[in-house]
Design a protein around this ligand. Structure first.
Ligand SMILES: O=P(O)(O)OC[C@H]1O[C@](O)(CO)[C@@H](O)[C@@H]1O
Length: 549
C-alpha cells in the first residue's frame, strides 16, 4: 500500500509541476463553471474549494490516493468500533456519542449505546434541574454561574462552544472556564463569583491531570471557606471515565457523569464533557448540536469521496502539505463567536496528527500534520494578514461565514461578509506589478514614483483558500462544523499512516514537570539537571527570595 501511495504522491507532484504555471485567475477565466465544479453543498452548508489550485485531474488523483490508502475501509472500521487506536488498544467512537437512539454500536461484542443514551439522559435531567432551579445550592440559592474546570479536551470544546452558542444560553446563567495551573486563572475566574450561586464541574477524562486536580482543590477550598465543608456535595459535580478517582475525590454517584475510554479527550465535547454547554443552552439545543455532528457522520459514511466534504477538506490539505509543501494552515472564521474555534482545532488537529512514526512504529516518510492557527476576521486582517498576502510563506486558509447573523447591527453583517469575500478574492487574484503601477499613475504618481512603489504594492496571488458557508451559527451548525474537521483530521491520519488517536508526545513534559516540582519548591537538589535548567532555577530562586540573581 505504501508503494502505491507514494507512486500516487509522485504523480501528484508531476501534476503540480504541469499546472504550476497556470494561475488561479486563468483557471477561473478558462472555466465559467469552476465554482460549480469545485464546490459541494449539503443542505445549507457550502464547501467551496474553487479558490485552490486544483483541476479535475487533481481531484481524481487525490481521490485515487484516498482509495489506495483504504480511507473508506478505515472509516468503516472506526464507525464499527474496531480498536483502531492500536497503541492504546482502544476503539474510537466519538461518533457513537452523537448517534441516535436505536443505533447499535459494538465494542468487544457489547452494544455501547444503552450506556451512551443513559448518560446523555442523566446529564439532560441534571442540566434541566439546574436551569429550572429544581436543583439549588447549599444555601437554597439558584445557580447563576457554572465553572468548568478542565484542560485540553476537557476545556477547549466546552469553552469554545459556550462562546459560539451564547445566543442560546439561558438568561441568568453564565459559563466560566478554568484550565491553566497558573493560580491566576482560578483566582481571576472565581473572584467575582458568589460561592452560594456557583456550580463547579470538574472535567477530566483521567481525573489525574495535575492542572485540573490543582484547580479543583483550589475551587473546593474557596467554596469551603465561604460555605463550609458540608456545602461541597451540592456545589460540585465530576465528569470522567475514572470512577474510582472521582469517588476518592468525595463525589457521590448522582454527581458523577461518565464517559468511556473509547472517547479521546479532544473528541469528548459530544460526551458529558459537554455538560456545562448543556446547562447553558439546554438539553434540546445540545441534542441539535449532537444531531448536527451525526448528520456529518452520515454524509462522511455514505457520500462518494468526490463529493464528500470532510474527505475533500482532508485531501486538499494533503495537496497543500505534501505536494506544495505548505507548513501551516489558517482557520479564519468571519464569525466572532467562533473566536476560540482555531484554538479548539489546534488540539484536534495537532494532537491527532502531530506524529512522526507510522502505525507500525516506523519513521514517516513525509510531512504530517501542519501547524494550525487562526483568529476571527476582520480582526486578523489588521494583524497578520500582511504576511498572508505578501509574506514569503504561503498559508492555505479556511474562511468561514454565516449568511444570517443573530444580531442585525446596522449594515455590519454586510460589511463583515464583504471583507470575508474580498480577502478570498485578494488571496486568489493578487495584484500584478503592472496593475499596481497603473493604479499609482491613476492616483497621480509620476512614472518614477510608480516604478519605485509598485513592487511594494504587488500581491502575488495564487494563495489558496476554501470557503465554508452556513446559514447561521446555531447548535446544529456548530456540531456540523466540528464533525467536518474531525473527519478531515481522520482521513489525513489514514493517508499519512499514523495513529491519530494517541498523544504520547505530551507525556515527556508531564514526567519532567513532576520531577522538577520538588526541585522548584526547594525540596530537592539541582545536581542532576542540565546547566541551563539549573541556571534558570537558581535565577528564579534568587528573584523569589529577593536576592540579586
Ligand atoms: O481530560 P484529562 O484526562 O484531564 O486530560 C486533559 C488533556 O490532556 C491531554 O491528555 C494532553 O495532555 C489531552 O489529550 C487531554 O484532552
Amino acid at each position: 500500500m505504501t508503494a502505491a501511495r507514494d507512486a500516487l504522491l509522485d504523480r501528484l507532484s508531476a501534476h503540480r509541476a504541469a499546472i504550476e504555471g497556470v494561475s488561479m485567475r486563468r483557471l477561473f477565466a478558462d472555466d465559467s463553471r469552476r465554482f460549480e465544479r469545485f464546490s459541494v453543498t449539503l443542505d445549507d452548508l457550502l464547501f467551496d474549494y474553487s479558490k485552490t489550485r486544483v483541476t479535475a485531474e487533481t481531484v481524481a488523483l487525490l481521490v485515487a490516493l484516498a482509495r489506495t490508502c483504504d480511507v473508506e475501509g478505515r472509516r468503516d472500521a472506526m464507525f464499527a468500533g474496531e480498536k483502531i487506536n492500536t497503541t492504546e488498544d482502544r476503539a474510537v467512537l466519538h461518533t457513537a456519542l452523537r448517534a441516535p437512539a436505536g443505533a447499535r454500536i459494538l465494542v468487544d461484542g457489547r452494544d455501547v449505546m444503552p450506556d451512551v443514551l443513559a448518560e446523555r439522559a442523566k446529564a439532560a435531567d441534571f442540566a434541566e434541574a439546574v436551569r429550572s432551579g429544581a436543583l439549588l445550592g447549599a444555601t437554597g440559592e439558584k445557580f447563576t454561574d457554572i465553572v468548568n474546570i478542565g484542560i485540553g479536551g476537557s476545556d477547549l470544546g466546552p469553552a469554545m462552544a459556550a462562546i459560539a452558542m451564547s445566543p442560546y444560553a439561558q438568561d441568568g446563567l453564565t459559563g466560566h472556564f478554568v484550565s491553566n495551573v497558573d493560580g491566576a486563572h482560578v483566582t481571576d475566574v472565581l473572584r467575582p463569583l458568589d460561592p452560594a450561586r456557583t456550580l463547579v464541574l470538574v472535567a477530566s477524562k483521567t481525573f489525574t491531570t495535575l492542572e485540573t486536580m490543582s484547580n479543583a482543590h483550589a475551587a473546593r477550598q474557596w467554596l469551603v471557606g465561604a460555605l463550609g465543608e458540608e456545602a461541597v456535595g451540592a456545589h460540585f459535580a465530576a465528569i470522567s471515565t475514572n470512577v474510582e478517582a472521582v469517588e476518592a475525590f468525595g463525589m457521590s454517584e448522582d454527581r458523577m457523569f461518565r464517559f468511556w475510554d473509547w472517547v479521546g479527550g479532544r473528541y469528548s465535547i459530544w460526551s458529558v464533557v459537554g455538560l456545562s454547554l448543556t446547562i447553558l443552552i439546554g438539553p434540546d439545543a445540545f441534542q441539535s448540536f449532537l444531531d448536527g455532528g451525526h448528520e456529518i457522520d452520515e454524509h462522511f459514511r455514505t457520500a462518494p469521496l468526490e463529493t464528500n466534504i470532510p474527505a475533500l477538506m482532508g485531501l486538499i490539505g494533503i495537496w497543500h502539505r505534501n505536494v506544495w509543501g505548505y507548513d501551516t494552515h489558517a482557520v479564519l472564521p468571519y464569525d466572532q463567536r467562533l473566536s476560540r474555534f482555531a484554538a479548539y482545532l489546534q488540539q484536534l488537529d495537532m494532537e491527532s496528527n502531530g506524529k512522526s512514526v507510522t502505525r507500525s512504529g516506523q519513521p514517516v516518510s513525509m510531512k504530517t500534520g501542519p501547524i494550525v492557527w487562526g483568529e476571527p476576521g476582520t480582526n486578523g486582517q489588521h494583524a497578520f494578514y500582511q504576511l498572508l498576502h505578501q509574506g514569503a510563506d504561503i498559508v492555505p486558509a479556511d474562511i468561514l461565514m454565516a449568511a444570517v447573523p443573530h444580531e442585525h447591527v446596522g449594515d455590519q453583517h454586510a460589511v463583515l461578509l464583504a471583507n470575508a469575500l474580498a480577502q478570498g478574492e485578494a488571496f486568489m487574484r493578487g495584484r500584478t506589478t503592472a496593475e499596481a503601477a497603473e493604479q499609482l499613475i491613476k492616483a497621480g504618481k509620476s512614472a518614477g514614483e510608480a516604478d519605485a512603489l509598485s513592487p511594494h504594492k504587488t500581491f502575488p496571488g495564487d494563495r489558496p483558500t476554501c470557503a465554508i458557508v452556513y446559514r447561521t451559527l446555531d447548535p446544529r451548525t456548530l456540531g456540523r462544523l466540528i464533525a467536518l474537521y474531525e473527519h478531515k483530521v481522520f482521513i489525513q491520519g489514514v493517508i499519512w499512516g499514523i495513529n491519530s488517536f494517541d498523544q504520547w508526545g505530551v507525556e515527556l513534559g508531564k514526567e519532567l514537570a513532576s520531577r522538577l516540582i520538588p526541585v522548584v519548591k526547594g525540596d530537592a537538589g539541582t545536581e542532576a539537571l542540565d546547566g541551563s535548567t539549573r541556571g534558570l532555577i537558581a535565577h528564579i530562586a534568587a528573584l523569589a527570595s529577593n536576592r540579586r540573581p
